[in-house]
Design a protein around this ligand. Structure first.
Ligand code: 0O2
Length: 230
């Protein structure tokens, strides 16, 4: 389906977004423009966070000759999945509802080398006086039943537009390379072949996650020994 067909179908099926007196063409144009503004705002918020992460990573490199961050990825939720998530939650489809209720429109995934780096990066994000922490979840200390491990933090960040300052939330998932390896493969397996995931397979995946977590701790210990850190 083309993007235009998608907007047309969305409007046809959503009486809530229809303003009486406007033609379908006008309504589509308004919806498309609203989404463009939303995407620009959240894309800019991603850039604000990514710039800061790159600054702290290069500062570490300059001071300690090593990079705590291995990789930074980002993604913006598509209009299709924003609308899909609002409908799943039984909420009216509008830009305002999306902004108020969806905190993961802008997402950043930070892959760190060691577990301690995760907490150092999370701490630096929390200490920025212009960022507000909305939510944080430590799935490393409290892994999900699936075995998933990661540190999630949602921060509201300032975005300076041409005529005003505004804020947008960004979901940041911080994990080690090992945690990312597991999460990426597990996601792929579940997404592509959901029906083949029996309780036994889930158990196997959980075991793999536990083994990976042990290795992560071991690698952290080796790092500390080599650098003479207690
Ligand atoms: P995507 O495309 O990865 O963003 P929410 O469901 O977001 O309203 P909740 O339940 O608080 O709220 O979110 P949670 O569980 O803290 O974080 C959701 C995200 O964490 C997921 O995003 C995944 O990226 C990741 N995640 C959580 N559990 C698992 C898991 O068991 N395996 C893997 N591989 N990833 C997990 P989405 O929404 O799936 O989409």
């Amino acid at each position: 389906m083309s993007e235009m067909d998608f907007y047309m179908e969305t409007l046809e099926n959503l009486p809530a977004v229809i303003n009486s007196g406007e033609s379908m063409k006008e309504r589509v144009a308004t919806l498309v423009y609203d989404f463009m503004q939303l995407q620009h705002l959240y894309d800019s918020a991603i850039e604000v966070v990514k710039t800061y992460l790159n600054i702290i990573d290069s500062e570490f490199s300059m001071k300690f000759q090593r990079n705590p961050i291995h990789n930074i990825d980002s993604r913006l939720k598509s209009p299709q999945s924003i609308i899909g998530k609002l409908q799943k939650k039984g909420l009216p489809v509008s830009i305002e509802t999306a902004q108020k209720n969806l905190l993961d429109i802008a997402g950043i995934r930070v892959t760190c080398c060691y577990i301690n780096d995760i907490y150092a990066v999370a701490d630096m994000l929390c200490r920025r006086d212009d960022f507000t922490v909305i939510k944080q979840k430590d799935y490393i200390k409290n892994p999900k039943p699936s075995g998933y491990r990661s540190f999630h933090i949602i921060v509201s960040v300032p975005v300076y537009l041409s005529t005003r300052k505004t804020y947008a939330p960004v979901e940041i998932q911080i994990r080690t390379i090992a945690m990312d390896f597991w999460a990426s493969l597990e996601h792929q397996l579940k997404y592509k072949t959901a029906s083949a995931i029996t309780p036994e397979i889930s158990e196997e995946l959980r075991n793999c996650a536990d083994k990976i977590a042990e290795t992560d701790i071991q690698m952290q210990d080796i790092f500390m020994k080599i650098h003479d850190i207690d």
